[in-house]
Design a protein around this ligand. Structure first.
Ligand SMILES: Cc1cc2nc3c(=O)[nH]c(=O)nc-3n(C[C@H](O)[C@H](O)[C@H](O)COP(=O)(O)O)c2cc1C
Length: 335
């Protein structure tokens, strides 16, 4: 198996980069569920890193590691500079977004439309890999528009691998660059897992990670028979407790599985600290709303944490109140 990380192993599980979802607070929360899963940032454009508020965009808690920084861009020199900044900031991996089909991203000539230019992606990867010692990886689609044959996929991966990329995350559906919204591009084009399995067979020296529509532990285990790693996106957000058992079931660690209540307890000091740094409670609590999904009285949890009046004035104790409401069915009186 390809050696990707400095400790010599391919991390078999990751949580996908998701704009407006996988910020530092969500990653810290997930880290209370799993110590080992690789976590991705939201996509951050090279322009934002070069010209924006870097600490705001890049700061993270050391507890979040291992964490990978996903970049958006198409200029090798600028991406190389951002990769170096990301490495110096403490990230464990730099990932290039070649999968996003949004109009905004296309107008900047990056994201999924770069699949039509494997040589340019290769130049970006080569420049980034020259700039850093940590792995540079690529997340992409099976194909785009009419350029969606298995041969096109292999050509893309082969050209980019020659530039130094050893880990590829393949969202197992093509993207239509015109006519479908990003959301539709995550549901309408059919999943083609077999193409990703075949890619691993044809490129055994590369680490191949599969992504798209994976929501259950059994699916994760089944995919791991065919590829090196699995990336989970929406299910991590909609059902985060799925990750409570992965340290045992995927990483074979013997740590005890935390209860939902224990996870909230673990979040309290973090919330307190972040509020001291000027963050607002709902910037953190919004990511916790799905923790009790599927559990009795989950609505009491969600309702308490969605009350804007409570959120405006409360501190970490609101999480304890919400937990109590979920556990005891007490309907909260306004404070
Ligand atoms: C709200 C949302 C935001 C996303 N943002 C990004 C992003 O910033 N970068 C990226 O490469 N993919 C992004 N994606 C795509 C996911 O990383 C993933 O490839 C896709 O959701 C398929 O995986 P899933 O079926 O497990 O959700 C986003 C998906 C969602 C739902």
């Amino acid at each position: 198996m390809t050696k990707v990380f400095s400790d010599g192993a391919v991390n078999p599980l990751s949580v996908a980069p998701m704009m407006d979802h996988t910020d530092r607070h969500f990653r810290y929360f997930l880290r209370q569920l799993t110590r080992h899963t690789l976590l991705y940032t939201e996509m951050i454009t090279a322009q934002a890193i070069l010209h924006g508020d870097r600490p705001k965009l890049l700061d993270f808690s050391p507890e979040e590691k291992p964490v990978a920084l996903q970049l958006g861009g198409d200029n090798p020199q600028l991406l190389a500079e951002c990769a170096r900044i990301g490495q110096d900031w403490g990230y464990d991996e730099i990932n290039l977004n070649v999968g996003c089909p949004s109009d905004r991203v296309q107008s900047g000539n990056f994201g999924a439309c770069l699949m039509a230019q494997p040589e340019l992606v290769a130049q970006c990867v080569a420049a980034m890999q020259r700039a850093v010692a940590i792995p540079v990886t690529v997340k992409h689609r099976i194909g785009i528009d009419d350029q969606d044959s298995y041969e096109d996929l292999v050509k893309f991966v082969t050209v980019v691998a020659q530039a130094g990329c050893q880990r590829f995350t393949v969202h197992a559906r093509k993207a239509w660059l015109q006519g479908l919204s990003p959301k539709e591009n995550r549901t309408i084009p059919p999943l083609r897992y077999q193409d990703v399995y075949q890619l691993k067979k044809d490129c055994p020296e590369l680490a191949i990670e599969i992504n798209g529509g994976i929501t259950q532990m059994e699916q994760i285990n089944a995919h791991l028979h065919h590829v090196d790693a699995v990336m989970v996106g929406r299910a991590a957000y909609e059902n985060p407790y799925l990750f409570a058992t992965v340290d045992r079931d995927v990483y074979q660690k013997t740590d005890l599985i935390p209860s939902r209540a224990e996870i909230i307890e673990r979040m309290l000091p973090y919330v307190e600290e972040r509020l001291r740094h000027g963050d607002r409670l709902n910037q953190i609590s919004r990511h916790l709303l799905s923790l009790f999904n599927g559990q009795p009285r989950a609505k009491f949890w969600r309702r308490t944490l969605s009350d804007s009046r409570l959120l405006a004035s409360a501190g970490p104790e609101l999480l304890e109140k919400a937990l109590k409401a979920q556990q005891s069915q007490d309907i909260l009186q306004p404070v």
